[in-house]
Design a protein around this ligand. Structure first.
Ligand code: SAM
Ligand code: DTB
Ligand code: SF4
Length: 346
């Protein structure tokens, strides 16, 4: 019986999925999606930048890199009470997870107790917690886990062979090491990338291949569409064909059937019909709230209306836990089980 989760995808196999006729690809992806997930449930996370701007790194897409003139002012780490007020509001608006981002290359040892205090306080509100702080040092992941952190977000961002055109201040291998520390500490991983940075389709396949061939599939896979920010080297990057973005979601869905694929940055620049296609193709999570970290996100009222129009509902924490963490699904049979004759999980 073929396993639902594989870690040996070849570039050719992934490229062949991208090359399928659009309807064929979406059908396969949707079958995989409904085999393992409620197709009408969407996990809702709210982001907050708890330490904004002034970052020493040179990520070509990022408005928070100090070296680019983007108008983002550097701020220090927020106070616990200020973060808590934002987390309470996110919970009241319907988010089940609160994701906290810091514009650091990585936290210093002295930053960790402060972040841990924030995590503990947010967790006590009954929210799931996620942090994205950059490269972690020895013991950091465990200290965050002990404070009640559920997820750590660290993206590989792009294909290994395109990475050097986007970031020069840290290596791909550094990222893999942080992901290993995260897994070893028993934190859930949130790991994805950005498309629309000028990469080829082959390189989009390379990003997804690298994600799917990690030692464990990330629990959460954010697929970001580049938000081009004036002042960054990618400010004038040509927009990716929206159907190519949908294909990327669909291929991620097929490669990592148990993961929750997040339709992440870029929704404000995307029309509702494209978002609907993404949900059909297997996206099961969004960022919700007026802002991502420093850039805009759709209005909450607009998103609530979109959910009503598409009959989607926000996933409960327990519902999500039941879906993602049922490791026995590793042995799920091939085929979608809906009588359409597809080989969705093969
Ligand atoms: N500094 C930490 C790091 O780089 O890991 C955490 C924060 S960083 C802003 C988190 C992620 O945001 C990046 O890995 C990247 O995938 C995403 N991101 C940043 N700027 C973006 C943009 N303009 N468009 C889309 N995604 C972006
Ligand atoms: C992720 O993959 N995307 C989010 C979250 N993880 C941290 C960040 C998107 C940032 C978009 C640019 C900004 O708002 O600064
Ligand atoms: Fe810094 Fe993270 Fe932005 Fe890179 S993506 S410049 S590490 S904040």
């Amino acid at each position: 019986m073929p396993l639902a989760t594989r870690h040996d995808w070849t570039r050719e196999e992934v490229a062949a999925l991208f090359a399928l006729p659009f309807n064929e690809l979406l059908h396969r992806a949707h079958c995989v999606h409904r085999e393992h997930h409620d197709p009408n449930a969407v996990q809702v996370s709210t982001l907050l930048s708890i330490k904004t701007g002034g970052c020493p790194e040179d990520c070509a897409y990022c408005p928070q890199a100090a070296r680019y003139d983007t108008g983002v002012a550097a701020q220090k780490l927020m106070e616990v009470d200020d973060v808590l007020a934002r987390a309470r509001a996110a919970k009241a608006a319907g988010a089940s997870r609160f994701c906290m981002g810091a514009a650091w290359r990585g936290p210093k040892d002295r930053d960790i107790p402060k972040v841990a205090e924030i995590v503990r306080a947010v967790k006590d509100l009954g929210l799931e917690t996620c942090a994205t702080l950059g490269l972690l040092g020895d013991g950091h992941a465990q200290q965050l886990k002990d404070a009640g952190l559920d997820y750590y977000n660290h993206n590989i961002d792009t294909a290994p062979e395109f990475y050097g055109e986007i970031i020069h201040t840290r290596e791909y291998q550094d990222r893999l090491q942080t992901l290993e520390q995260v897994r070893d500490a028993g934190l859930k991983t949130c790991c994805g990338g950005i498309v629309g940075m000028g990469e080829t389709r082959e390189q989009r396949a390379g990003l997804l291949q690298a994600l799917a061939n990690l030692p464990a599939h990330p629990h959460s896979v954010p697929i970001n569409q580049l938000v081009p920010v004036p002042g960054t080297p990618l400010a004038n990057q040509e927009k990716l064909d929206p159907f190519e973005f949908v294909r990327t979601i669909a291929v991620a869905r097929i490669l990592m059937p148990l993961s929750i694929v997040r339709l992440s940055a870029g929704r404000q620049q995307m029309d509702d019909a494209v978002q609907a296609l993404c949900f059909h193709a297997g996206a099961g999570s969004i960022f919700y709230g007026e802002k991502l970290l420093t850039t805009g996100n759709p209005d909450t009222e607009h998103d609530r209306a979109l959910f009503r129009r598409l009959d989607l509902h926000a996933m409960e924490v327990m519902e999500e836990a039941g879906t993602v963490h049922a490791d026995i699904l590793d042995a799920a049979p091939a085929g979608c089980g809906h009588g359409c004759g597809c080989s969705a999980a093969a």
